[in-house]
Write a protein that binds this ligand. Structure first.
Ligand SMILES: C[S@@+](CC[C@H](N)C(=O)[O-])C[C@H]1O[C@@H](n2cnc3c(N)ncnc32)[C@H](O)[C@@H]1O
Length: 217
């Protein structure tokens, strides 16, 4: 399943100029992602975290993204990182070719459940048994402003938690159990979780949920 035309246009234009803010959690990274394994940064955007991983001592890191504009920006801003444009799945990597994959603030940009499943299934294919899927994303928020926009958009998008932004983006905040189920359904056990508060794309702060999945053998 390909990214929709509207979403592609957003991530080639308005979305491609944004400053991404969703931070790596160095404690989780150090605890669960060994420095000597190949790491995939799926949905790497302009390579912000791909570059941070390299600077942290990860020698074999690759990023992929569906947005050509973001990949080109990444190559300009971080010429030291290996990032590639991948418009569709499957990824151009063999089965079990990575020891870990990062999925950072990507599922929030993928409103459709089927497309989310396709992404996590593909990461289940390329992460080797015993390897790690490190997901960091946005659970449903409890503040009145977010709840109001979930309610406002629920009829239009048919899914509670999906909402639009004035610049044409469509995003999703997730029921935490559904996120855990997504990870488990594609060959990972949930080994650790952490919640904290992080800056968002629109200059606010929000709760985030991190999940460490371990690929079953
Ligand atoms: C908020 S950015 C996060 C980028 C990067 N992970 C970071 O944290 O800096 C979300 C990324 O998801 C990508 N994306 C959007 N829709 C997607 C889709 N349907 N499938 C895969 N990736 C998508 C965008 O191109 C964008 O780079």
């Amino acid at each position: 399943m390909e990214i929709s035309r509207e979403a592609r246009e957003f991530w080639e234009r308005a979305g491609a100029g944004k400053t991404f803010t969703h931070p790596l959690d160095r404690e989780l990274l150090d605890a669960y992602v060994p420095r000597d394994v190949p790491v995939l940064d799926y949905g790497c955007g302009y390579g912000r975290l791909t570059a941070e991983l390299m600077a942290a001592g990860y020698a074999d890191v690759r990023g992929v993204d569906v947005s050509r504009a973001l990949v080109e920006r990444g190559r300009r801003e971080h010429p030291e990182v290996r990032i590639e444009h991948c418009a569709r799945l499957p990824l151009p990597f063999g089965d079990a070719s990575f020891g870990a994959a990062l999925l950072f603030a990507v599922l929030t940009c993928v409103p459709g459940t089927a497309q989310q499943r396709e992404i996590v299934a593909e990461l289940g294919r390329v992460v080797r048994p015993g390897g790690v899927l490190y997901v960091s994303d946005m659970p449903l928020q409890r503040d009145r402003w977010d709840v109001a926009r979930y309610e406002e958009y629920a009829d239009r998008f048919g899914t509670y938690g999906v909402f639009g932004t004035p610049d044409g983006g469509v995003f999703r905040h997730h029921e935490p159990d559904r996120l855990r189920g997504l990870v488990r359904a594609h060959g990972f056990t949930v080994e650790a979780e952490r919640t904290d508060v992080v800056p968002t794309l629109d200059g606010r702060t929000a709760e985030r949920l991190q999940i460490i999945g371990r690929r079953q053998g």
